[in-house]
Design a binder for this molecule. Structure first.
Ligand SMILES: NC(=O)c1ccc[n+]([C@@H]2O[C@H](COP(=O)([O-])OP(=O)(O)OC[C@H]3O[C@@H](n4cnc5c(N)ncnc54)[C@H](OP(=O)(O)O)[C@@H]3O)[C@@H](O)[C@H]2O)c1
Length: 261
């Protein structure tokens, strides 16, 4: 049975992106819940749906309940869903880090609808290329979530809890850590009044290269080359930032374990 109607629980970054995509795919968003009614109303207005801030007002007539809430709040919110929803309806969360089994003792039909991308309310993203990772405890729901994923994106995958947990670790490395390294680069530039934008083509090319080649094969730089003269010059400069010096040393050694650093 295709999923036709949805209730969105949460009105943050993910809900703001998923909601309009569900709607574009022809699904009806019956309600949007947020603890703050102003936030629920803001999203509900664009989705032509009802805003609520009280879970006891949740309708039991949707096909799918999407919990796009803070990871720690998932079980708390699930426990507050109406009995009919917990016993009969498909309930999913959107987290990469939380197993689907968080619902096991609370809901009968449960799963995951995890869009693997970084979302901020004000940033537009091209949903068609975002991998949607789905999973459910029942076979028919696994199929329904895969169909829903394919309605939103060209790339929809059935990924079990164990695989998704590792995928999330990998995502932290490629997204959160690389972004943190961009921040360090930006800070160093700013301190020396160098425009950070000089580095933007390099950042883009780094991300572009790995679309077609294995990242390990695309590695360049003084650590890989074993260029100790340059590495030591960089480490001397970084003495004024001891944390960055430590990080630079660790990353360089990780790239090339033979370095005598
Ligand atoms: N942002 C991303 O890049 C991204 C990507 C993929 C997956 N995810 C996952 O998607 C989920 C939502 O992330 P997000 O970025 O959309 O978070 P967010 O912008 O911080 O929004 C979180 C939502 O959770 C609600 N919430 C927090 N604690 C709650 C509680 N105790 N009871 C009820 N609602 C509560 C907030 O409600 P109020 O409005 O009432 O404060 C808010 O609507 C998380 O599991 C996250 O891991 C995030």
């Amino acid at each position: 049975m295709p999923l036709k109607s949805i209730i969105l629980i949460g009105a943050g970054n993910v809900a703001h992106h998923l909601g309009p995509q569900f709607q574009k795919s022809g699904l009806e968003i019956l309600q949007v819940f947020s603890r703050k009614i102003t936030k629920a109303r803001r999203l509900a207005k664009t989705l032509k749906s009802e805003a609520i801030n009280d879970l006891s007002k949740l309708s039991s007539s949707a096909d799918l309940y999407v919990l796009a809430v803070h990871d720690g709040a998932i079980p708390l919110v699930a426990q507050q869903l109406p009995k009919e929803v917990r016993e009969k309806k498909l309930v999913v969360h959107t987290s990469g880090a939380t197993p689907s089994t968080v619902f096991k003792s609370i809901c009968k039909r449960y799963g995951i609808f995890y869009p693997l991308q970084t979302f901020s309310i004000k940033r537009k993203v091209d949903f068609s290329s975002i991998p949607i990772c789905t999973h459910a405890n029942r076979k028919s729901d696994r199929q329904a979530l895969q169909v829903l994923g394919q309605q939103l994106s060209n790339s929809s995958f059935e990924i079990n809890d164990a695989q998704r947990a590792i995928l999330h670790v990998a995502a932290v490395f490629v997204n959160n850590f690389s972004n943190h390294l961009f921040s360090i680069g930006a800070e160093l530039c700013e301190k020396e009044q160098i425009p950070f934008q000089l580095l933007l083509p390099l950042i883009l090319e780094t991300a572009t290269k790995v679309q077609k080649h294995p990242p390990a094969k695309m590695q360049t730089g003084p650590a890989l080359r074993g260029d100790l003269t340059t590495l030591n010059k960089h480490l001397d400069y970084l003495q004024r930032y001891p944390e960055y010096e430590k990080l630079y040393r660790q990353l360089s050694k990780n790239i090339n374990p033979k370095l005598p650093l």
